[in-house]
Design a protein around this ligand. Structure first.
Ligand code: HNI
Length: 147
């Protein structure tokens, strides 16, 4: 059972509440696909990923970036039950999509970089500590159904 302090809950809620899903979701996913090109292998059906510009202008990738933030929102709304909340999502990524679970951390880190760039100095170490704890619980939950 993960225990969250009021400060952690407040920090995480404030970060998620400040995101513009239509902008920040695509930015994080595009960053992951550009910085870690092997992650593109899971998006073969998403059209043109030939270079950074193509990725950044790919509407299917943008739509999926938004979907990912909506998925994070579900974890935010179930902070005390993220593992159970993500059971089906973990099974999907494991058994249907065969996503290497190491990639969850890479995408999470890309989202953190997008947030740090957006928030600047207000993304201080205490705030980041709460945010990284949230993402580590999310990443762990997404990996739970891998065998
Ligand atoms: Ni992920 C589908 C959430 C990381 C590749 N992913 C989803 C869906 C959600 C989601 C929500 C849609 C499920 C549905 O349609 O029912 N993915 C998340 C979250 C993370 C994550 C919250 C991590 C924070 N996904 C990743 C990573 C990869 C990934 C790291 C690959 C590098 N995800 C996919 C693919 C799909 C997907 C591929 C299916 C897309 C499609 O529609 O075909």
């Amino acid at each position: 059972m993960v225990v969250w302090t009021d400060q952690e809950r407040g920090a995480i809620t404030s970060i998620m509440g400040g995101l513009i899903y239509e902008e920040d979701g695509p930015k994080a996913l595009c960053r992951c696909l550009i910085v870690y090109p092997w992650t593109q292998r899971y998006f073969g059906a998403f059209g043109n990923l030939y270079n950074a510009e193509a990725i950044k202008n790919n509407p299917q990738i943008a739509a999926h970036g938004i979907k990912i933030l909506r998925g994070l929102d579900r974890a935010l709304k179930n902070m005390d039950n993220i593992k159970q909340t993500y059971t089906e999502l973990s099974i999907l990524h494991s058994e249907k999509l065969h996503v290497d679970p190491d990639n969850f951390k890479l995408l999470a880190d890309c989202l953190t970089i997008v947030i740090a760039a957006k928030l600047g100095n207000s993304f201080n170490p205490e705030i980041q500590a709460a945010w990284q704890k949230f993402l580590s619980v999310v990443v762990s939950a997404l990996g739970k159904q891998y065998h």
